[in-house]
Design a protein around this ligand. Structure first.
Ligand SMILES: Nc1nc2c(ncn2[C@@H]2O[C@H](COP(=O)(O)OP(=O)(O)OP(=O)(O)O)[C@@H](O)[C@H]2O)c(=O)[nH]1
Length: 336
């Protein structure tokens, strides 16, 4: 490919693509003879995108920059090349790019009337010129379609990786709120649940809090080992989970302490949930390494005052739990 005139240093930095569109000696002579000479200084505008054109241009010397915009790369064209020909082929054609002198240049401007005249006197040469010109335009369109396809593919890949990141983020967010050992919500999960509690309330139901603490859990660890302790925590977590309805939140607050935040009709329903947990845990049976182990829990509960907050609810239920522990555990007590 023969390159056009050297672009100025400003253009060398963001050098656009060169495209071969050089006229033959005969075509050049024809257009130089028929066109008006126009001299341009660097950065002089020839036409703007969207303007209706009625002339084509042949470059005798210098470099012209075609700026298509919309993220398309600019083109630099030079001596013996031409541009703006669609205005003559189609008539009143809106320019598809800005044309600006990249450096001082000399053009031949072929107006509509001059072109019509050439069509009559130099038909074979013009037919050859037009054929070549159309082939070039078709090739450019195909190039454009290819580049749009590539851009579309790149966009799909970016979208895909964004979706993956989104999934990873929501997985990470879920993990941060989940207790690893039992799969229940952890304290952080409980706090974010409390922030949205208002939107989760069901009409006509009271809020109740049960605190569940495993009795003498340290002894279980000491006697049966830490693994058996973990099995116990998982088994108790399942019992707490089973006592929860869809609108309730079972969670592990830490160590051997669990909580169940429920929405119930009254204190009796809260008591029956507490009883379900104590009897469920009492009935647990284990395989090795916790064979022979029996477990019990103490459950303290209270109905939550609507105007109070978590720390007040916790403190009320903890008082009830303290009473059960003081009486030897394996029981429940609900303060209404
Ligand atoms: N296996 C196991 N043990 C844990 C875990 N987290 C805390 N613990 C143990 O749980 C025990 C809790 O002991 P305490 O707070 O004295 O409670 P307790 O022995 O149940 O005493 P009471 O509540 O008064 O009956 C400690 O020995 C902790 O090391 C855990 O994730 N796995």
């Amino acid at each position: 490919m023969t390159q056009s005139a050297t672009p100025s240093s400003a253009f060398a930095r963001h050098r656009p693509t060169f495209l071969p569109r050089q006229l033959s000696d005969e075509e050049l002579a024809l257009f130089v003879g028929a066109g008006q000479r126009r001299e341009l200084v660097a950065r002089e505008m020839i036409f703007r995108k969207g303007e209706l054109g009625r002339a084509m241009f042949v470059i005798e010397s210098g470099t012209i920059q075609l700026e298509f915009g919309d993220g398309m790369p600019d083109k630099l064209i030079g001596a013996r090349e031409f541009f703006g020909e669609l205005a003559l082929f189609i008539g009143n054609h809106a320019r598809v790019a800005n044309a600006v002198a990249a450096e001082a240049a000399v053009l031949r401007v072929i107006e509509h009337a001059a072109f019509e005249k050439l069509l009559q006197t130099e038909a074979p040469l013009l037919a050859q010129f037009m054929r070549r010109s159309f082939s070039y335009l078709v090739a450019s369109e195909q190039q454009l379609i290819q580049s749009l396809k590539r851009r579309n593919e790149d966009l799909m890949v970016t979208l895909d990786s964004l979706r993956q990141t989104q999934t990873q983020l929501s997985t990470a967010e879920r993990l941060v709120r989940t207790d690893e050992l039992t799969g229940l919500c952890n304290r952080r999960g409980l706090y974010s649940y409390l922030e949205e509690l208002r939107s989760k309330r069901l009409p006509g139901l009271r809020l109740g809090l049960l605190l569940i603490d495993i009795d003498r859990f340290k002894q279980i660890n000491d006697h049966y080992g830490h693994l058996a302790g973990d099995l116990t925590l998982r088994a108790v977590a399942r019992e707490v989970q089973q006592a929860a309805a869809a609108c309730d939140l079972p969670c592990r607050l830490g160590g051997d302490e669990f909580a169940l935040l429920v929405q119930v009709k009254d204190a009796d329903e809260l008591r029956s949930r507490a009883a379900q947990i104590t009897s469920g845990v009492r009935g647990l049976r284990f395989h090795a390494p916790a064979e022979g182990l029996t477990v019990s829990v103490s459950v303290g509960g209270s109905l939550c005052h609507e105007t109070a907050d978590w720390s007040a609810w916790y403190s009320d239920s903890d008082c009830a739990l303290y009473l059960v522990k003081g009486e030897g555990g394996d029981n429940h007590r609900v303060i209404a």
